[in-house]
Write a protein that binds this ligand. Structure first.
Ligand SMILES: O=P(O)(O)OC[C@@H](O)[C@@H](O)c1c[nH]c2ccccc12
Length: 261
């Protein structure tokens, strides 16, 4: 794990509170919904495979969306989202395990639990189809990958560099998210995905995370090899259904009919 002094102050504070948050009783998912299958299905139906994120607020967002997360989630699915991500971090993102539980009961697409999970017991707070594991914050990525699978949750291992990608692959990750946002400075650069993606083995499902805000960004990440795109702020910033529909509609270059994004 990196020196935490290198991290942006909000991220340090998130980690401090995450460490102290209680674990739960062991929960296991009854029937897991497959992310790769959902992404492939969306693509086969002519939609860009997007994981839309219910993210009420964040350290880099002004204000907070206070609607019922279930309403937001249903609007995202209506707008064409292949899967959903739900923040469960309460102090900096306005999330909750309860929101995830209710969203998962209301929709039939796979749902990712988005949080800063630092130890095994944190996995036991709520059921999800997928859990985010941030390589940078874990000493034993492989241990957490196994602990997640053991409970029936598929791990999505988040990386930000080629080194972390190697760690993730070495730990047995089959789903890898490349975060375009640097958790040290919180700045976003889509080149991160473009730089890291070519080093991933073919059989890994690759997700481009963060900073995707237009159809041009979507086309750029798809061209760089993203099997799926994780989009939060750009969808949460407007009418959620309309924004999701816009970002899941392929540009001419992606449908192969020519033209540019
Ligand atoms: O809102 P954006 O820029 O579309 O990003 C979504 C998602 O990638 C981002 O919320 C995220 C990626 N990794 C994280 C880890 C923790 C908290 C949040 C995140």
């Amino acid at each position: 794990m990196e020196q935490e002094t290198e991290l942006a102050p909000p991220v340090r504070s998130i980690l401090e509170t995450a460490r102290d948050r209680p674990g739960g009783d062991r929960v296991a998912v009854a029937e897991r919904r497959s992310l790769p299958a959902a992404l492939a299905e969306a693509a086969a139906e002519g939609r860009v495979p997007v994981i839309a994120e219910v993210k009420p607020t964040s350290p880099t967002t002004d204000g907070e969306r206070r609607e019922d997360p279930v309403e937001l989630a249903e609007a995202m699915v209506e707008g064409g989202a292949a899967a959903l991500s739900v923040l469960t971090e309460p102090t900096h993102f306005g999330g909750s395990p309860d929101a995830l539980e209710r969203v998962r009961a209301a929709v039939s697409v796979p749902v990712l639990r988005k949080d800063f999970l630092l130890e095994e017991s944190h996995l036991d707070v709520v059921e999800a189809d997928l859990v985010l594991l941030i390589a940078r914050f874990l000493e034993d990525v492989e241990g957490m990958v196994e602990a997640a699978r053991d409970r029936g949750f598929e791990p999505l291992v988040e990386v930000h560099s080629e080194d972390e990608l190697e760690t993730a692959i070495g730990a047995g990750a089959e789903l890898v998210g490349v975060n375009n946002r640097d958790l040290a400075g919180l700045d976003v650069d889509l080149e991160t995905f473009e730089t890291v993606a070519p080093h991933a083995p073919e059989d890994v499902t690759l997700i481009a995370e963060s900073g995707i805000s237009s159809r041009a960004d979507v086309a750029r990440m798809r061209a760089a090899g993203a099997d799926g795109l994780l989009i939060g702020s750009a969808i949460m910033a407007g009418d959620v259904e309309d924004r999701t529909r816009e970002l899941t509609t392929p540009t001419a270059s992606e449908t192969g009919t020519g033209g540019t994004a």
